[in-house]
Design a protein around this ligand. Structure first.
Ligand SMILES: *Cc1c(COP(=O)(O)O)cnc(C)c1O
Length: 441
C-alpha cells in the first residue's frame, strides 16, 4: 500500500446524519476540553485508529496523552482482561491480596526491577497520576520532616492541590482557589538558554543559608516535560540534580507518569543516565490499556508508612493489574521493543527536524515524545485543526500551547507512522504558508 493511499484512508468519511450533540451542551460541564477541538462522537478504537459514529477514521497521535503506548485495545491485553472477567476474577478488593496483584508484582519484579538493578517498594495509590504524585510528596515530607518541595518551571504534576502546587502553569494553578504553597519552582534545564547551568544555580542557592531557599524535602522532576513543552533535560543536568538532592538530604522524585513505560525508549525515562531516583511515580500507560492505574515506587528504607496512613478505595485496580501484567510480559521480556522504539524515535526526529528546517522552526523532546515549536498557540491550534480535518488526532503542549506534540502509540507500524507524519507536514505547510482556512471545514 502506498503512503498516499494510507493518508487518503485516514481521512474521516462522514456518512450518516450529523449526530445530535446537544446532550453534552445540556448536561456536561463546561470543563470539557479535548472534545471541543475534536467535536465528533467516537464509537470504537483499534490499534492506532479511532472511529467516530459517522464512519470517520482517525489516526491517533495523541494516544491518551501517552496512556495508550501500546495502542487501543491491544489484542493480547484485551484477551487477558476478557478471560479474567469471564472467570469472575476479583474486580474490586480494596488493597486485599489478589491473584492479579501477586502476578503483577511478581512480573514487575522479574521483568522490570531485577534486570535494571532497582530495589523499590510499590505503593498502589488512587488510580490517577496525581494520586501517585500526592503520595510521593507526602512520603517525602513525612520521611524528611521538611516541608518545601522543589519543582521546576513548566512542570506538570497533576491537578489535586499538592500536585497542582508543583505544577507551573498559571491557568491550571489559578483553579485551586487557595494558596498553593510549600513549593519553589526553580528553572528547568535550558530555561535561560543553553549557556546558563540551572543546576549550578540551584546548588548555589541551596548551599547559601541566606538565599532564602529552605532545605527541601524533595526535588520533583520530569526528565521530559510532557505538558510543559517537551523540554528534555540532559543526562548531565539530571545527574547534577540527583547529586544536589543527595547532598542536601532531599529525596529525588522522578515523575515518570508521561515519559515512562517506553515513551522515551526505555521502560523508565531515567534509565542509563547514571542515577537512581528515591521515588518514582507512574500512571498513564502502566495499565497498558487505558485503565486507571497509578503506582508510587520508593526505596525500601523510605517505606515508613503506617498501615492505612495513606488510604483510598481504589488502590490497585485489579483489571489494570491484569492488563499491566500482560503488557509487561508481551513487550518487556527482552529488548526487542526498546530497539523498535529507538528506530521509530529516530524516524520521528528526522521527520520533525526536516519540517523544522523547512519552516525555520525548532524541535523538542526525546524518543517517541517529540514535538515541533510553531511559535504560537494560535498557529499550533490551527495546525491541529487541519490535522484533525485530515484524519489525524494530535494535540499541543507548552506554556502557550505552542508545541505540536507527537505521542503516537509506540506500537505503530512505520509506514502508517510516516503517513501520519505526512499529514502533519502538509498541515504545517498549509498553515505556515497561509493557505489554510478554518472556514474550509
Ligand atoms: C498526566 C500527568 C500527571 C497527572 O496524571 P493524571 O492521571 O491526569 O492525574 C502527572 N504528571 C505527569 C508528568 C503527567 O503527564
Amino acid at each position: 500500500m502506498t503512503t498516499a493511499t494510507l493518508v487518503r484512508q485516514t481521512r474521516p468519511r462522514p456518512t450518516g446524519r450529523v449526530p445530535d450533540r446537544s446532550i453534552y451542551e445540556r448536561r456536561e460541564s463546561e470543563v470539557r476540553s479535548y472534545a471541543r477541538a475534536m467535536p465528533r462522537q467516537f464509537s470504537r478504537a483499534e490499534d492506532v485508529w479511532m472511529y467516530d459514529n459517522q464512519g470517520g477514521r482517525y489516526l491517533d497521535f495523541l494516544a491518551g496523552c501517552s496512556t495508550l503506548n501500546y495502542g487501543h485495545n491491544h489484542p493480547v491485553l484485551k484477551k487477558a482482561l476478557v478471560d479474567y472477567i469471564s472467570a469472575d476474577g476479583i474486580t474490586h478488593g480494596l488493597d486485599l491480596h489478589t491473584d492479579a496483584k501477586a502476578e503483577f508484582l511478581e512480573t514487575f519484579e522479574s521483568l522490570i526491577l531485577k534486570p535494571r538493578g532497582l530495589d523499590y517498594r510499590a505503593m498502589f495509590t488512587g488510580p490517577t497520576g496525581t494520586n501517585a504524585v500526592e503520595a510521593a510528596i507526602k512520603l517525602a515530607r513525612k520521611v524528611t520532616g521538611r516541608e518545601l518541595v522543589i519543582a521546576f518551571t513548566n512542570a506538570f504534576h497533576g491537578m489535586t492541590l499538592g500536585a497542582l502546587a508543583c505544577t507551573g502553569n498559571a491557568a491550571k494553578r489559578s483553579g485551586a482557589g487557595v494558596p498553593l504553597s510549600h513549593v519553589s519552582h526553580e528553572p528547568y534545564d535550558g530555561y535561560y538558554g543553553g549557556d546558563v547551568n540551572t543546576a549550578a544555580l540551584l546548588e548555589q542557592r541551596l548551599s547559601d543559608s541566606s538565599s532564602g531557599l529552605d532545605e527541601p524535602a524533595a526535588i520533583l522532576v520530569e526528565t521530559v516535560q510532557g505538558e510543559g513543552g517537551l523540554n528534555a533535560a540532559s543526562p548531565e543536568w539530571l545527574r547534577a540534580i540527583a547529586g544536589i538532592a543527595r547532598r542536601h538530604g532531599a529525596l529525588l522524585i522522578v515523575d515518570d507518569i508521561q515519559a515512562g513505560c517506553g515513551r522515551t525508549g526505555k521502560f523508565f525515562s531515567f534509565e542509563g543516565m547514571g542515577f537512581t531516583p528515591d521515588i518514582v511515580t507512574m500512571a498513564k500507560s502502566l495499565s497498558g490499556m487505558g485503565l486507571p492505574f497509578a503506582l508510587t515506587l520508593f526505596s525500601p528504607e523510605l517505606d515508613q508508612w503506617s498501615p492505612g496512613e495513606h488510604n483510598g478505595t481504589f488502590r490497585g485496580n485489579n483489571h489494570a493489574f491484569v492488563t499491566a501484567t500482560a503488557a509487561l510480559r508481551h513487550f518487556w521480556r527482552n529488548d526487542t521493543f526498546e530497539k523498535d522504539i529507538r528506530r521509530k524515535g529516530d524516524l520521528l526526529s528526522r521527520r520533525l527536524s526536516a519540517m523544522a528546517a523547512e519552516f525555520g522552526l525548532s524541535t523538542r523532546g526525546r524518543g517517541m515524545m517529540r514535538g515541533i515549536n510553531v511559535g504560537s498557540g494560535k498557529v499550533a491550534d490551527t495546525i491541529t485543526l487541519a490535522c484533525f480535518a485530515a484524519g489525524l488526532v494530535i494535540e499541543t503542549s507548552g506554556a502557550h500551547d505552542e508545541i505540536v506534540k507527537v505521542l503516537a502509540p509506540l506500537t505503530i507500524d512505520e509506514a502508517v507512522f510516516s503517513a501520519g507524519l505526512d499529514i502533519l507536514e502538509e498541515s504545517i505547510r498549509t498553515v505556515m504558508t497561509g493557505s489554510y482556512s478554518v472556514a474550509a471545514e
